[in-house]
Design a protein around this ligand. Structure first.
Ligand code: GLN
Length: 488
């Protein structure tokens, strides 16, 4: 009893299954498979069953259900959930239970979304394989020797492994799109400001954005419509332009797709081949393809690692062992307590980024690194503006390769940072992008295609994706089901 939001919501309405049965089926799946997938770090069984009963009472009373009502889902461990431990998969936040809900969860809770638990992630969302988590990494349902991606690896593993219908993740430099790409799913990073960040534990505030990881484009549209909107609790919130789901099936008129050559440098041959075939599919369907060059895209990776680390070093200053979370057991002075707490509480990747961030912000290096990166951020934005004067949507790889084997991403940090080359440019520019499956490599691992649109153009972006999905659905879903059975 698994499937998309659309399918399961239909079964609930037609009374073919009760919400309690549906929820129990997912809880049973978690009890059976989570020891293999390591997708969940915490489950919320009682709360889930309680919500399920509320939904069943509504169904029995003949009340109308909203699109996400009664659907079992999961939330990344950096999104605050009142009364439920939220740790960013870091030792430093162990035992921290928020006293308020993130706006996104408050909204979904009001619609009786059934929360199954909190999912695994790289510590403080810093990483590309989920392996910097203090719980160890989440596993890819398409092959247990491979990672689910990062940082929202747990959410992607749960959805691909049928342990949740959809997941909420966060994307600072690719953390929704990359794991979605590695696990054959649809992951949407919305325009900066359209989804409230209130209650999202900050990594790099000017880049962070919450979004959905789903099994289909229509599901992504439904979740995006539900969680977006202006929020007075987030000073950078602007809200959504228009609801996407009602217009999803409309074909984008005179669609021009841009193929930016800088995105294809150093891409694995099988990934390149799958993308070229997707381009031909769009062409056959009637889209116009234009070749473009956006040189500033090549600067995005160093710009990202300077800005993200700088903002992280400031945001993570609050974990000092005084107000909440972990505190070192033995210390003499206050200074020693803070030092020991941070050295013992943060893992090596988080410490590395705090040090890098403090370095680029320090007097003497500020102009050479931070200021230069800010200037180049402007160049990346300008590059995209120019590109969108010539096309509607850009098509690119999500990642230059398919899922990493376990252990690969923790061997060489700089090499791992380089694998974020295709995902970070949109965060720098604040524009929306999604990843969706477009094929499989010879190891039967999914290949992710990235579609990018101009700011607030989610409707056009998701319509373009939906169009492709309709054309490819049979092929993509058949293989997805196969992949999901692999570990069972
Ligand atoms: N992999 C990138 C990083 O390590 C992106 C992470 C994210 O989007 N949270 O910073």
């Amino acid at each position: 009893m698994t499937g998309t939001i659309e399918r399961l919501s239909g079964l609930l309405r037609e009374k073919k299954v009760s919400c309690r049965e549906l929820t129990q089926a997912y809880l049973d799946g978690i009890a059976r498979d989570n020891s293999v997938l390591n997708a969940y770090v915490r489950t919320t069984k009682e709360q889930a069953l309680e919500t399920a009963e509320t939904v069943d009472r509504k169904i029995a009373a003949g009340e109308l259900l909203s699109p996400l009502e009664g659907i079992p889902m999961t939330i990344k461990d950096n999104i605050s959930t009142r009364g439920i431990e939220t740790t960013c998969c870091s030792k430093i936040l162990q035992g921290y239970t928020p006293i308020y809900d993130a706006t996104v969860w408050q909204t979904l809770k009001q619609q009786n979304a059934v929360l199954l638990g909190k999912t695994n992630m790289d510590e403080f969302a810093m990483g590309s394989s989920c392996e910097t988590s203090c719980h160890g990494g989440a596993v890819n349902p398409f092959g247990t020797g491979y990672v689910a991606g990062g940082s929202s690896g747990g959410g992607a593993s749960a959805v691909a492994g049928n342990l949740a219908v959809y997941a909420l993740g966060s994307d600072t430099g690719g953390s929704i799109r990359q794991p979605a790409g590695f696990c054959g799913l649809v992951g949407l990073k919305p325009t900066y400001g359209t989804v409230s960040r209130f209650g999202l534990i900050a990594y790099a505030s000017s880049l962070d954005q919450i979004g959905p990881i789903c099994k289909s484009v229509s599901d992504a549209a439904l979740v995006y419509d539900a969680i977006s909107g202006r929020d007075p609790m987030d000073s950078t919130s602007v809200g959504q332009k228009e609801p996407v789901a009602p217009q999803l099936a409309k074909r984008p008129e005179n669609l021009t797709i841009g193929v930016v050559k800088e995105y294809f440098q150093g891409v694995d041959a099988q990934v390149e081949e799958a993308l070229q075939s997707a381009i031909r599919t769009y062409e056959k369907m009637g889209a116009r393809i234009v070749d473009l060059s956006v040189p500033s895209v090549s600067y995005a990776l160093p710009v990202y690692y300077i800005l993200a680390c700088a903002e992280a070093s400031s945001n993570l200053g609050r974990y000092d062992g005084i107000r909440y979370g972990y505190r070192a057991a033995h210390y003499g002075s206050v200074h020693e307590m803070i030092c020991k707490t941070r050295s013992e509480g943060f893992g090596p990747e988080v410490q590395r980024r705090i040090l890098l961030g403090s370095y680029v912000l320090s007097a003497g290096y500020y102009d050479a690194y931070y200021k230069k990166a800010q200037n180049l951020r402007g160049a990346v934005i300008k590059g995209f503006n120019e590109a969108f004067a010539r096309c509607d949507v850009i098509l690119a790889p999500t990642v230059p390769m398919t899922a990493f084997p376990k252990g690969f991403a923790v061997q060489d940090q700089v090499q791992t940072y380089q694998t974020d080359v295709c995902t970070v440019p949109v965060n720098i520019a604040g524009i929306p992008a999604l990843s969706m499956p477009c094929g499989y490599d010879q190891k039967s691992l999914p290949i992710g295609m990235q579609l990018i649109a101009n700011r607030f153009e989610e409707t056009k972006l998701l319509q373009t994706a939906y169009w492709f999905e309709q054309e490819m659905a049979g092929e993509i879903y058949r293989k997805t089901e196969w992949g999901c059975r692999q570990y069972a």
